[in-house]
Design a protein around this ligand. Structure first.
Ligand SMILES: Cc1cc2nc3c(=O)[nH]c(=O)nc-3n(C[C@H](O)[C@H](O)[C@H](O)COP(=O)(O)O)c2cc1C
Length: 188
């Protein structure tokens, strides 16, 4: 069981990364092999709509996405972790998702079978405010992204009211909830 964690915050050791690290520890404790991608450290250009992917399912832009596509397709579980920026995902993680239009094209235009269509995915998000709709937009994006790469949205951890770097450590349950989410995912 391979679990791929995508860390979408530009703030290292911030709330998102602390939550994702706990989730990956939980998955590891359940026997999974885990890998974390720190998106902000990579060079990922935004989608430019060149649409080369409609011909053969590959993006014509050459950058660090080259290494991400195989990881996304090989993982049994994908976890997207992002803080909420203006009711959405960070632009770092959104760029990665938009570049997966190439995988969308393989599935929906070229009618190719993705390697494994029964994979699982989870969403971890944190925001400073407490509004009811805080996570709605991002959840839709993550769900549609997962669907495009043959991943089912099965679990989530959405934490409100956390702002400063590391403030998540003061939250009564979030870190242990993240650990348990990872362990659940590893158990299949
Ligand atoms: C550009 C930007 C936009 C933000 N937009 C929102 C928002 O729309 N709603 C919200 O609740 N918090 C918002 N926040 C606060 C972050 O979600 C919050 O500080 C979060 O804990 C950061 O997580 P991190 O430490 O993993 O980066 C925003 C922060 C930044 C820097």
């Amino acid at each position: 069981m391979r679990v791929l964690g995508i860390m979408g915050s530009p703030r290292m050791k911030g709330n998102t990364e602390l939550l994702l690290d706990e989730a990956l520890s939980g998955a590891q404790s359940g026997g999974a092999k885990v890998e974390k991608i720190v998106v902000d450290k990579l060079k990922i250009a935004p989608c430019r709509e060149y649409y080369g992917c409609l011909n053969d399912g590959n993006c014509v832009i050459r950058d660090d996405m080259d290494g991400i596509y195989p990881k996304l397709l090989d993982a049994d579980v994908v976890i997207i972790a992002s803080p909420i920026f203006f009711y959405g995902l960070t632009s770092q993680v959104k760029a990665l998702i938009d570049r997966c239009q190439a995988l969308w094209a393989r599935k929906y235009i070229l009618k190719q079978n993705l390697p494994n269509n029964n994979r699982k995915g989870a969403f971890i998000a944190v925001g400073a405010t407490r509004g009811k709709k805080l996570f709605d937009g991002s959840k839709l994006t993550v769900k549609y992204f997962f669907e495009s790469i043959g991943v089912k949205y099965v679990d989530e951890l959405l934490v409100r009211g956390v702002d400063k770097r590391g403030e998540i450590k003061k939250h009564p349950t979030a870190l242990s909830d993240a650990f348990e989410l990872g362990r659940r995912l590893a158990q299949g």
